[in-house]
Design a binder for this molecule. Structure first.
Ligand code: NDP
Length: 283
């Protein structure tokens, strides 16, 4: 029958119908989840826990990861471990995958979700920041995927890449961030072709998210964006569902898919509409 997912204790209850979610494929699944200390990553950790997954969490802040880990255990995770890692370090991806393999003995879902901090404002010519952000948001994803692919191939697993609307349609005040997200689409969509051509049964799910009400996003966009933010717990569940059902792409909210379909049809109108969502005077 239909099962329901509710929010963690102490948070607004969010009954979500997940009848079409193959929860069996998540129960006992071995998951490596990056950027799990806050926001969407934290909520994904709780959902995976309710489904009875075995999880390795990673981010930089150990104190937060420790707290998330404890909550995961309360919610029903079979096993939870965490490893602190700064993804601006070129060695971090391999260390993290090695740790996960050691603790879980294999991997079914690799969820790439972390991002480096970036200002929400007009381009100021800081090329060094762009280089650093490319390392954190893009190159570390490539390195994590590369280290994990042989293991995912063994388990016929899922590689889940969290991206953004601004990785499909460019928006203002996000120059470097948008570039890193477009890069993810280019790399992982090309890789998806190659896996299919090699008849490798690893799915790649690219997740296109709109504005989500995480602390980080609300803080950055306050007074600058006329858009409503969508609930983080539902965004997190939609991503997990996309990976479990082996979807090529996931859009949340759903209508972003329509927007992406129209992207190249009316470019002048599109740009006027996009700019109308942003408060230019406060940036
Ligand atoms: P948060 O800022 O809440 O979470 C980011 C996570 O990444 C944290 O766990 C953070 O932990 C970790 N992190 C930050 N810097 C590093 C680093 N150098 N190395 C390793 N980990 C790091 O962001 P969200 O939850 O909002 O975003 C999650 C994903 O969703 C991202 O891919 C984002 O692009 C995407 N998204 C979000 C939207 C939104 O509106 N919120 C909209 C569209 C897409 P720590 O600081 O402890 O390292």
């Amino acid at each position: 029958g239909a099962s329901h997912v509710t929010s963690p204790p102490g948070e607004p209850s969010l009954p979500l119908k997940v009848a079409d979610l193959q929860t069996d494929s998540i129960s006992g699944a071995r998951v490596l989840l990056t950027g799990a200390s806050t926001g969407i990553g934290e909520q994904m950790a709780y959902h995976y826990s309710r489904f009875g997954a075995e999880i390795v969490l990673t981010a930089r802040r150990g104190t937060l990861l420790q707290k998330v880990m404890e909550k995961c255990l309360q919610l029903g995770a079979k096993k939870v471990f965490y490893i602190q890692a700064d993804m601006s370090s070129p060695q971090a991806p391999e260390e993290v995958v090695h740790f996960a393999l050691q603790k879980l003995g294999g991997l079914d879902h690799l969820v790439l979700n972390h991002i480096g901090g970036t200002p929400f404002r007009m381009w100021d010519g800081d090329v060094e920041h762009t280089r650093w952000l490319m390392q954190v948001n893009f190159l570390s994803y490539v390195a994590l995927a590369s280290a994990a692919l042989p293991i995912l191939a063994e388990s016929k697993g899922s590689l889940i890449v969290v991206s953004s609307l601004t990785g499909k349609i460019s928006t203002p005040f996000t120059t470097s961030y948008s570039a890193t997200k477009f890069a993810l689409d280019g790399f992982f969509s090309s890789l998806r072709h190659e896996l299919a051509m090699q008849k490798q049964d690893v799915c790649i799910t690219l997740c296109i998210l709109g504005l989500i009400d995480t602390e980080m996003a609300l803080e950055k966009t306050r007074d600058k964006v006329y858009m409503s933010a969508y609930p983080v717990a539902e965004a997190a569940l939609t991503i997990i569902k996309g990976g479990a059902t082996r979807a090529r792409e996931v859009f949340y909210p759903w209508w972003l898919e329509l927007l992406c379909c129209l992207r190249d049809w009316f470019p002048d109108q599109r740009d006027v509409v996009i700019q109308s969502f942003y408060n230019y005077t406060s940036v």
